[in-house]
Design a protein around this ligand. Sequence first.
Ligand code: SAJ
Length: 403
Amino acid sequence: MNEPEVVMIGLGYIGLPTAALIAQNKTYVHGVDINPSVVETINKGQIHIIEPELDGAVANAVKEGYLRAATTPVKANIYLIVVPTPFKAKNEPDISFVEAATKAILPLLKEDDLYIIESTSPIGTTEKMADMIYETRPELKDKLNIAYCPERVLPGNVMYELVHNDRVIGGVNERSTERAVSFYSQFIKGDLHKTNARTAEMCKLVENSSRDVQIAFANELSLICDKADINVWELINLANKHPRVNILQPGCGVGGHCIAVDPYFIVADYPMESKIIGTAREINNYKSFWCAEKVQTTKLQFELQHGRKPNIALMGLAFKPNIDDLRESPAKYIAQKVLQNANNEEYFIVEPNISEHRVFKLTDYRDALEKADIIVFLVAHNEFKTVEIPKHKVVLDFCGVIK
Ligand code: SAJ
């Protein structure tokens, strides 16, 4: 392979698709991941994550020699940091991976290089990294281009959205913004919106916080409606007939690796001001706990009424409908909690999008529906929407499958 133009640090859910996209554009990309087995898989032209159309893109990019992976970076002209930013105990963001990635490329940087962070980051991270770089390499002071450019792709539709979504690009100065815009414009068809680094950082956090707050509103309504004996789905549908009202759907909590995490990045730094954002997190977390409690009380009521233990079907484990991704899934959390309280009832765990699981013994959804006395819908998978449920069965519909 020729000298790479781009070094991509982090070959996960965003880094790998982005690396493949850049490579498709006939730009040489050197991908870096700390995990040697990830590196090995990619260099074979294979992938370690599940995302439609990514396999073909990576296979091609590797075959044509535009993408290769390694555990260490090499010299290039553009460095992209796309590593995880998890949070520590007390919900404080942990930027140590961004720091480590930046340190790894520090000796390689040269005048006029472009350094971009894509990782979701607390406000001020890009400026902090710029300071760190210039402290170690003072001869490069203000001679690098440093920018922040978050992604906003939806898992399951990454390859399309990477190209077509608008992007927000914020440099530490105008020249950096312009350089980053000119880089992304080579492979992105969406509009590229210029701003500064801090605004771009906050923009990413705000997008996901906004969705979290809106879902919290729907989840709060679902709790009120449960007490008030009102069908929340009908209520939201009717309220949404107002031309300026658009309420989202309640569910069994908020999962995934973004919406349930990013709001904490704001709350941790601005605890006094982030009242709604912090409360939304609490409401959405509480909703999962409430669902598990509801299963428990329904189970006990059944036993009192029928003088026997019920069979219980838990329908869905993924973090949202029609995907096989179980990470940070509220449905999985509820299933675990319900099973912890098991007392000789029979449970049928259903997840039609995966064939097996190392903890849960999975049952086909049709068998589970047939055998269960209590049917708990946790995720609104398409398969569940068309099923006929006999009137005598108890249904707990937490996600609006049976509207
Ligand atoms: N959910 C509800 N009710 C709704 C919509 C969603 O309970 O009406 C739940 C889902 O079931 C799921 C969670 O919210 O548990 C998150 O799902 P999602 O589809 O809203 O979002 P993600 O996490 O798959 O992807 C989000 C997207 N952000 C926004 O829509 C603002 C995506 O564009 C971001 O790129 C992604 O986070 C990210 O990586 O930050």
